[in-house]
Design a protein around this ligand. Structure first.
Ligand SMILES: Cc1cc2nc3c(=O)[nH]c(=O)nc-3n(C[C@H](O)[C@H](O)[C@H](O)COP(=O)(O)OP(=O)(O)OC[C@H]3O[C@@H](n4cnc5c(N)ncnc54)[C@H](O)[C@@H]3O)c2cc1C
Length: 377
């Protein structure tokens, strides 16, 4: 392949693409806004799905490395009622097929698999422009530019590449997460540690919820979900961590103390994570020399699939380019024609998952699914 490949974004999707291209001898450069691999905490545990994340990891040839990152026992699930009553408790007996890993470790594994210099850190894209004949110019925040024959937007929700293809913009989905960590929880927060157990905890009511995972050792990573408009959150000063903690905790008045401690006793300042999505059927007309993958293409309601799909897209795009080295447009068409229906189907399924977790039937809708008495989405 003679075209130079420029990937914007060193998230899981962009790095998977870079690695598959590397395995096929196709050089690529990844431009990433963050100044270093450790500039930002990379978020929590991801379960890597049998039909999306795992095939992507096979495509990058890193299954052994991936296995070494798996956090054993973390596929355990507990569902608690608001008063702390355990409604569902399932140990990780090795029968579930979606092992959990830490996102930061998975990203580092992909970074380590690329030739030095593949990722250019501290390159925040500020704009992109079509030059004709499939070539594009990318402008960085410092005013420098590069031109490329194949531009891939793997730059997440607020992609700077997407405007070349589509006028769609993410919209707030009506709910946000507030994120906290509790460290050394078995010793310092034993009631919450016991409630979370060895894997994931869900305590759900319509419109509000606690979600928590046990990460490495005694680290608990918790999300409080609230279905509130953005204006409501805007009235909370998250720079005043004590006041923000108290305001969010107040929304869970009357819930069991081992649950409310996940916000009230957090060891980190609460971080607001507003949730956005693109339209479910988001797609575009083929434009020469540019495409999107992952959240840039199909940011969806949270359904535990986004990172898996981003990696799958990266692997599929890389394989399509390797299969059509002399015909980039054929590769992009093949990739997009499979990606559009795949991501639309996942987003539709995501709405069902979302309803099951946060809708009027919660938590029993989730328990029915877990016990096999409901429709598995
Ligand atoms: C709270 C939360 C929990 C989630 N949990 C799960 C889960 O359990 N399982 C799961 O599968 N998915 C989960 N997701 C979804 C998942 O995080 C995303 O779908 C996934 O990260 C998308 O990967 P990506 O590579 O497309 O984009 P990203 O991971 O967003 O990576 C994009 C990269 O591009 C860089 N970038 C952005 N803008 C620019 C720019 N202008 N110039 C240069 N670089 C830029 C960013 O710094 C970043 O490194 C969760 C999401 C949230 C918000």
């Amino acid at each position: 392949m003679t075209t130079d490949v420029t990937i914007i974004g060193a998230g899981l999707g962009g790095l998977t693409l870079a690695r598959v291209l590397h395995l096929h001898g196709i050089p690529a450069t990844v431009y990433e806004a963050e100044i270093s691999p450790t500039a930002r905490a990379q978020g929590g545990m991801l379960d890597i799905h049998e039909d999306s994340g795992q095939p992507a990891l096979r495509a990058v040839g890193l299954m052994n490395e991936f296995r070494s990152l798996i956090l054993e026992g973390r596929q355990a699930i507990r569902v608690l009622d608001l008063d702390g009553t355990v409604l569902f408790d399932h140990d990780d007996d090795g029968t579930r097929g979606n092992p959990e890993v830490l996102r930061g470790e998975l990203r580092q594994m992909l970074l380590d698999s690329l030739p030095a210099g593949t990722v250019r850190w501290g390159h925040k894209v500020s704009g992109t422009r079509a030059l004709g004949e499939g070539r594009h110019e990318v402008t960085f925040a410092d005013g420098t530019t590069v031109t490329t024959g194949l531009l891939v937007g793997a730059d997440g929700a607020w992609s700077r590449v997407r405007p070349l293809l589509s006028s769609a913009a993410p919209e707030y989905i009506g709910m946000s997460y507030v994120e906290t960590y509790l460290f050394d929880a078995d010793t310092r927060h034993p009631a919450s540690a016991k409630a979370v157990g060895s894997g994931s905890l869900f305590a759900l009511a319509p419109g509000r919820a606690f979600l928590a995972h046990r990460e490495r050792a005694g680290t608990l990573h918790a999300y409080m979900m609230l279905a509130r408009p953005q204006d409501w959150f805007a009235d909370i000063d998250f720079t005043d961590s004590a006041a923000a903690t108290a305001r969010i905790a107040k929304e869970f008045d009357g819930w069991a103390p081992e649950l409310t401690a996940l916000i009230a006793d957090g060891d980190t300042a609460p971080v607001l994570r507003p949730l956005y999505a693109l339209p479910i059927e988001h797609r575009w007309e083929r434009q020469p020399g540019v495409t999107l993958l992952g959240d840039a293409a199909h940011l969806s309601l949270p359904n535990g699939e986004g990172a898996n799909l981003a990696m799958y897209d990266g692997a599929q795009l890389g394989k399509a380019l390797a299969a059509h080295p002399e015909d980039v447009e054929a590769a992009l068409t093949e990739y997009e024609q499979a990606m559009f229906p795949r991501s639309a189907a996942a987003a539709t399924e995501g709405i069902q998952v979302h309803e099951m977790f946060y809708g009027a039937g919660a938590p029993h809708s989730l328990i029915n699914m877990l016990t096999g008495h409901g429709q598995t989405p």
